[in-house]
Write a protein that binds this ligand. Structure first.
Ligand SMILES: [Zn+2]
Length: 267
């Protein structure tokens, strides 16, 4: 670590259980953040601030004015720009000690297994069932830890998935809900601070995991409701017959029609 890094990370380096060894583990990590929207903004910001050495931001969407109640990495002047590129630039301004790359490609069931190879962890910030299941199945097959998050209206959810150890997203939800059952944020709305809470939780779990510390959302689905400000941890279990992480992998692409329109990927 150089002198700037030691100063920059000094407040976390003095934490109990955290030191140079943990910081170097973060520096050596290469993390994929899928989606540079409402969840992707807080997730990638906190990963960057903590000193995750390499962050790859996956998003093919462009900045719109309606994103700006929650997607704080963007400005009105950046409308029409590719989010992943704008966010990568901003994050490297915030922390010049790390590398952030934009991947402006759409993740599908066909390419996820190839695109997500080689990462230390994946933090999922998509709100599209087709992509979410593709990312889950790829992470399970590639045996990459996955930090799940979702938010809608006044509710949020988070869960940490460690391959071979914990339930995956498909263990808990084997199939996506029927088309039209779950509204999108475009239809139902989303409060910016709610994605902030969920994204910060996902990033915290990923940072602690990458640093080699214990994490709290293994085999647990955290359900947050900000109307009552309740945080409930629901115990979840691995299923041997899970088509993603069970005894036999069975590819199960989720139909995009059943998911949502492309611009809903933003969360
Ligand atoms: Zn599973």
């Amino acid at each position: 670590m150089n002198l700037n890094e030691i100063k920059r990370y000094s407040r976390q380096l003095i934490l109990p259980d955290f030191g140079t060894k943990q910081q170097l583990r973060l520096k050596q990590a290469k993390v994929a953040v899928t989606g540079a929207g409402g969840l992707g903004c807080p997730v990638s910001t906190y990963l960057a601030l903590a000193g995750v050495g390499e962050i790859h931001l996956f998003d093919f969407d462009r900045v719109e004015l309606s994103n700006l109640n929650r997607q704080f990495l963007y400005t009105p002047e950046q409308q029409g720009r590719l989010k992943a590129e704008a966010a990568a630039e901003r994050l490297m301004e915030i922390n010049p000690e790390i590398k952030v790359e934009a991947v402006c490609e759409k993740i599908t069931y066909d390419n996820a297994f190839e695109l997500l190879k080689g990462y230390s962890a994946i933090v999922d910030g998509t709100d599209n069932f087709a992509v979410r299941y593709a990312v889950n199945d790829a992470a399970a097959v590639l045996r990459i830890p996955l930090f799940h998050g979702a938010a809608l209206m006044y509710e949020g959810r988070a869960m940490s998935i460690i391959p071979g150890e914990t339930a995956c997203f498909r263990c808990v939800f084997p199939e996506p809900p029927p088309a039209g059952m779950v509204p999108t944020c475009r239809e139902a709305g989303i409060l910016g601070s709610v994605v902030g809470i969920v994204g910060a939780i996902q990033a915290t779990e990923a940072i602690r995991y990458l640093a080699g510390l214990e994490i709290g959302l293994k085999n647990s689905l955290l359900i947050i409701n900000v109307e009552t400000m309740s945080f409930d941890k629901v115990r979840v279990h691995r299923r041997q017959e899970c088509t993603a992480c069970g005894e036999k992998f069975v590819p199960k692409p989720v139909d995009e029609v059943c998911a949502v329109a492309t611009d809903e990927q933003e969360v």
